[in-house]
Design a protein around this ligand. Structure first.
Ligand code: ATP
Ligand code: MG
Length: 456
């Protein structure tokens, strides 16, 4: 195990030891080493307090000094270093009111959330210090709170969501008394800040199958509290191609979207979230969801804003959701393909296709028939390769040309004419030549605008 520890961690350890402090690897890295998967980051715990650490290393970021955490930048590695601590009383199931340092590693391991996260590795000997049988739970594939679960979730409600994240990511079950406490204490999540909840959700979205954690959230009542709009999709049945209710379809679509792209995962998760509020019935008695894409986009916007996602993410996700209901068939004209490209935006096309593939896969939990989408993709790429006009900027005449040629007074007529010219070249790109356009402009002006047939 020691062989797999990066040299920087060993050197940091030696520097602390030489200064008379203890230093252990803790947290996710030890868990991963025990499970035989590569650690993604290295957390260290030490009895050195932040000001000691700052003296020993040149580059130290005071990430959370109040809680005893600093980040050491050492030979290209970012390492979180936390001082051994006992968390004081928690009056609001959020954060300890006070932090008390301790010289005892065992005390520090006791205040951690789950048994599988409470192991420490002695870097010198390779020994694993494991007072809560984290190794046993790794073998049994169990997520279990340390100590009395109700108390631990009262101290910090976020641990409930963390337990769901680890269970989903690792494919572990949740030990029954821990699960019961998660249910009875779910309400504690209402006191947790949006930022902390968002960070755990981001972790869930990165896992291979977020559906497992979302299913657990539904079963524990967590979903109703933090994503009530998604909870409302449970049991909402659909028709025809769909095998599942809207909730199950949504989380399966989320699984099918690429894990490395958080925006696409969010878009897949939320793309049908507007279905419950717009649900109606057709004459055949089957459910209909007219206009659900814009309602979904609106709700997604609210949800992501509430969870304090960055505005670029909010915009991208809502736009993809609003556009997800296109229905291509081979009868689409080239002009229809050009309009589709303009509506979606060239830079969003691949994302939208990926979202649709995930959506289709979520209908039956099987890879979907991609022929229609493939054909549209080819038609889009042939339109793009012909470099036809796709925005007003591409018109071969300008507003000034038109004003001069038609001797127009200042006013909105020019804009109206440009709009008409653009519509014309979308229908027939061959018209995009200066002389032809001026001719069309003249005609449109005299027959439609001057006569009042078309309102300016
Ligand atoms: P990951 O692989 O996702 O980084 P991790 O176990 O390292 O997993 P972190 O969120 O980085 O998780 O936290 C590091 C360690 O700090 C955890 O393993 C756990 O021991 C402890 N910890 C983190 N958050 C809490 C919490 N809310 N309550 C108690 N202990 C916590
Ligand atoms: Mg970590």
């Amino acid at each position: 195990m020691i062989r797999r520890i990066p040299f920087q961690i060993k050197e940091i350890h030696d520097i602390l030891r030489n200064a008379g402090f203890d230093c252990y690897v803790v947290g996710g890295a030890v868990r991963n080493l025990v499970l035989g998967t590569p650690p993604k980051d290295w957390d260290l715990a030490s009895n050195a307090q932040p000001d000691h650490v700052m003296k020993l290393f040149r580059k130290v970021i005071p990430t959370g000094v109040l809680h005893g955490t600093v980040t050491v930048l050492y030979k290209g590695l970012h390492v979180e270093m936390t001082t051994f601590r006992i968390d004081g009383s928690y009056s609001d199931s959020r954060r300890p009111d006070s932090v008390e340092y301790t010289s005892s590693l065992l005390e520090d391991l006791k205040r951690r959330d789950l048994t599988i996260n409470s192991m420490a590795l002695n870097i010198e000997t390779g020994e694993i210090i494991d007072p809560h049988d984290g190794r046993g739970d790794c073998k049994r594939k169990l997520v279990r709170a340390i100590g009395i679960p109700e108390e631990r979730f009262d101290e910090d409600g976020l641990r409930i969501l963390r337990a769901l994240r680890f269970a989903g990511r690792l494919g572990f079950s949740i030990e029954p008394s821990t699960f019961a406490a998660m249910k009875s204490r779910a309400k504690n999540l209402l006191g947790i800040s949006a930022e902390r909840i968002r960070m755990e959700l981001e972790g869930i979205l990165e896992s291979e199958k977020p559906s497992v954690s979302f299913q657990g959230m539904a079963e524990t009542g967590v979903l109703r509290l933090i994503l009530p709009e998604l909870d409302a999709c449970r049991g909402v049945e659909q028709r025809e191609l769909h095998l599942f209710d809207v909730f199950t379809h949504s989380i399966l679509a989320c699984d099918a979207a690429p894990a490395r792209d958080q925006g696409l995962r969010l878009a897949a998760l939320l793309h049908d979230i507007g279905k419950p509020p717009v649900r109606g019935e057709g004459e055949d008695g089957l459910p209909r969801f007219h206009g659900h894409e814009s309602e979904s986009a609106r709700l997604a916007w609210n949800i992501l804003q509430r969870l304090k996602f960055p505005s670029a993410v909010i915009k991208r996700v809502s736009h993809l959701i609003a556009q997800h209901m296109f229905s291509y068939d081979s009868t689409w004209s080239d002009a229809a393909v050009r309009r589709f490209i303009i509506r979606v935006g060239r830079e969003n096309l691949e994302d939208l296709f990926t979202l649709r593939t995930a959506d289709a896969q979520g209908m039956r939990n099987l890879p979907a028939d991609a022929r229609g989408l493939e054909e549209l993709r080819q038609r889009v790429s042939s339109v793009l390769s012909r470099e036809e006009a796709l925005s007003l900027k591409d018109l071969k005449v300008s507003g000034d040309d038109i004003k001069k040629t038609l001797v127009l007074p200042p006013g909105p007529a020019v804009g109206k004419i440009l709009g008409f010219l653009f519509e014309s070249i979308l229908e027939d790109p061959a018209l995009n030549e200066r002389e032809k356009l001026l001719h069309i402009a003249k005609n449109f002006y005299t027959t439609r605008l001057q006569t009042g047939a078309e309102k300016i």
